[in-house]
Write a protein that binds this ligand. Structure first.
Ligand SMILES: [Zn+2]
Length: 476
């Protein structure tokens, strides 16, 4: 058995055979950094994080490229409304996305190219497309892709051009065909002067689609293994990416993977819902690991039906799995991270490996983890130490594939998101606060101060109020 993935270009699940044995190149369309990341954005990055983790554990050397679109119409409009420079606006949200990825334990990509850092590559690619006869210059500063010139156009999404929808808002008079799209665009009136670059066709900025064609080529080559993104990007974005690259004589992606979206009470996430469902807001209510669990344990091609209930259920399951890991550590000690990392697909339960190799079937994989936890819990009650150690190693290795090993970062440094850690700390701090109250009652100020200072030194802030002293960890 080896990995097979559902190729959304051919609509069949087929064995994954990399271009270069042992190596994989993955390009994932990243964020357009115009607003705060909500769970719909994060789901895509998370689904492909699991792909990368499984491929690495299967022995592949994976190069993962996830871009940042930091110039675009919405960024220009929103930053102008806010009275901020467009580049400051984009960077602010780029940082927010970065923080959300780290909070949810996503591995950093191998490269994270920004569109604005690759304008020379885009200009060179546009010139190649023009030279090949597949693009033309319109009014000064405008270059369009000539859809009618490319026979292959529509092949990714299996549509004939005559059936394609046209974007009514995009009907510039200098376009030859209604489906032609911009590779390079002249600045619109009122746009900031620093949002345009010199080009052979006049000052302007790149179209969205050309960014990904240029950046994937720059880091992964003319032909690469997997292109991923949300299902809503298939058309026109991915169709156009492929058309541009093929027009320039490049083969482009060999497999396409698309994740489904997140729905809220049966509806696709709307803008207003998205605003309240930012990662930042949700992790105020639940530990980040529970959010990751809820979003990451649904098959990437199935919709995540999100509700407060979803989080509650995820929290309960997480308690069961992480609870076993905690008890096993108490019984036999912690298995080293190296030992957990050493387990390859053949060292893990067959059901787990078969599930992950079957187009990343994480729900079946989760069932295999539950089974191993049941065995581990039995071993705990029988005090069978070798079996406990083996179960801890396997459970953590399987959870790690889903980015959920409770003893790996960031969950470990976040106190494993565990209530038990908090309870233990609360017991100790409360005892110290009682001693301090007793010292104050006895007017032993030196001792009261010393106790408070010992908490401060540990990063714990004490606030006195009418109903007694309260504590919290500094910065949380
Ligand atoms: Zn893209």
């Amino acid at each position: 058995m080896s990995l097979s993935i559902y190729d959304s270009a051919t609509h069949v699940q087929r064995e994954f055979v990399p271009l270069t044995p042992g190596k994989v190149g993955v390009y994932l369309c990243g964020a357009t950094v115009q607003g705060s990341p909500h769970i719909g954005h994060i789901r895509s990055a998370l689904a492909f994080d699991v792909l990368v983790r499984w491929m690495r554990r299967s022995g592949y050397e994976v190069t993962m490229v996830r871009n940042v679109t930091d110039i675009d119409d919405k960024i220009l409009v929103k930053s102008a409304e806010a009275g901020e420079p467009w580049w400051a606006w984009a960077y602010k949200f780029e940082q927010e996305f970065g923080a959300a990825y780290r909070t949810l334990g996503l591995l950093p990509p191998s490269y994270e190219p920004r569109a604005t850092g690759h304008v020379p590559e885009m200009i060179a690619l546009i010139q190649e497309i023009i030279d090949a006869g597949h693009a033309y210059v319109g009014n000064p500063g405008n270059v369009y892709f000539d859809v009618a010139s490319l026979q292959d156009y529509g092949s990714l999404t299996r549509q004939s051009v005559s059936n394609m929808v046209t974007d009514e808002s995009d009907m510039e008079s200098d376009k030859r065909g209604p489906h032609d799209f911009a590779l390079w665009k002249a600045p619109k009136p009122g746009e900031p002067a620093d949002a345009a670059w010199e080009s052979p066709w006049g000052r302007g900025r790149p179209g969205w689609h050309i960014e990904c064609s240029a950046m994937s080529g720059r880091y992964l080559g003319d032909t690469f293994d997997i292109h991923g993104g949300g299902i809503d990007l298939r058309f026109p974005h991915h169709e156009n990416e492929q058309a541009q690259s093929r027009a320039a004589g490049r083969e482009f992606a060999r497999y396409w993977m698309h994740n489904a979206w997140v729905t809220i009470e049966g509806e696709k996430m709307s803008k207003s819902l998205g605003n309240s469902l930012t990662v930042r807001n949700i992790v105020k209510e639940v530990p980040p690991v529970v959010l990751r669990f809820a979003l990451g344990t649904v098959h990437y091609r199935s919709t995540v039906a999100y509700s407060p209930e979803t989080l509650k259920e995820a929290g309960a399951v997480w308690e069961r799995l992480s609870g076993f890991v905690e008890r096993s550590v108490a019984a036999v000690g912690e298995v080293s991270a190296d030992d957990v990392a050493a387990l390859g697909p053949n060292d893990l339960p067959e059901a787990f490996t078969a599930a992950m190799d079957d187009d990343l079937n994480v729900s079946a994989a989760l069932a295999a983890i539950h089974e191993k936890v049941t065995q581990g819990n039995n071993a705990l009650s029988e005090r069978d130490d070798p079996a406990i150690t083996a179960a801890q190693t396997q459970v953590r290795a399987m959870l790690d594939v889903l980015g959920l090993d409770p003893l790996a970062d960031p969950w470990r440094s976040a106190g494993a998101g565990s209530d038990h850690t908090y309870e233990a700390l609360d017991t100790l701090v409360s005892q110290i606060l009682e001693d301090r109250a007793a010292a104050r009652a006895a007017k032993d100020w030196a001792r009261a101060d010393a106790l408070r200072n010992s908490l401060t030194a540990a990063g714990i802030t004490v606030e006195d109020s009418a109903d007694g002293a309260h504590w919290h960890i500094e910065g949380r």
